[in-house]
Design a protein around this ligand. Sequence first.
Ligand SMILES: [Zn+2]
Length: 228
Amino acid sequence: MAEIVKINDDTWRFEDDSVRFFLLCGKDKAALVDSGMNTPNAREMAEKLTDLPLILINTHADPDHISGNGAFKEVYMSPAEEENYRHFGGKGTILPVKEGDVIDLGGRSLQIIDIPGHTPGSIAILDEKYRVLISGDSVEDGNIFMFGHGRDIDLYIKSMKHLTDYDGRYDEVYAMHGTIPVKPDILPKLIEGAEAIRQGRASATKVNVFGNEVNLYKFSYAGFLCDI
Ligand SMILES: [Zn+2]
């Protein structure tokens, strides 16, 4: 069962072992952002915190982010993520979102930013009211999974550079893994690290992750798990 931590009067985080997800409330609607790894009752837990109509948004569809999706008929997600979502058994109708779309919760608008790379349809969400960027798994200080089907480090670098267009519009980053919050100055470091990996300038150690032998590139600010 996920542990609930209140961030402010209309924001909560749910700590679900090594992953987290969020409940954001506006005046008219509430949004669950992801639904965890071991929390099939995420909806029920969220509805104990708010009476507002509840929508679900996924930053991406890796299995540690969709455990409670089954309680929703519809989910906002990038259409580029659908294959990944269905592969992991994801159900329901996908309500497609893309760069520039705004989901208005009533006095709290959530702007969608496309950041493919970690997965084909990864998105970040800019919560303008609180000047927070919800970054999924793409901007974090833990180990970012970049090996296996659908991961693309070149696209990741491009997306992280695109994200710099939003510099100055948020003060904190809420990631789904690692420390919360992290400071926005991690973004240029991640770009530098990913470019160093891509250009063969970084050194790795071999580690085993879920039966896969992969390269861990560990920097002072974060790590990347890669098959290159
Ligand atoms: Zn994850």
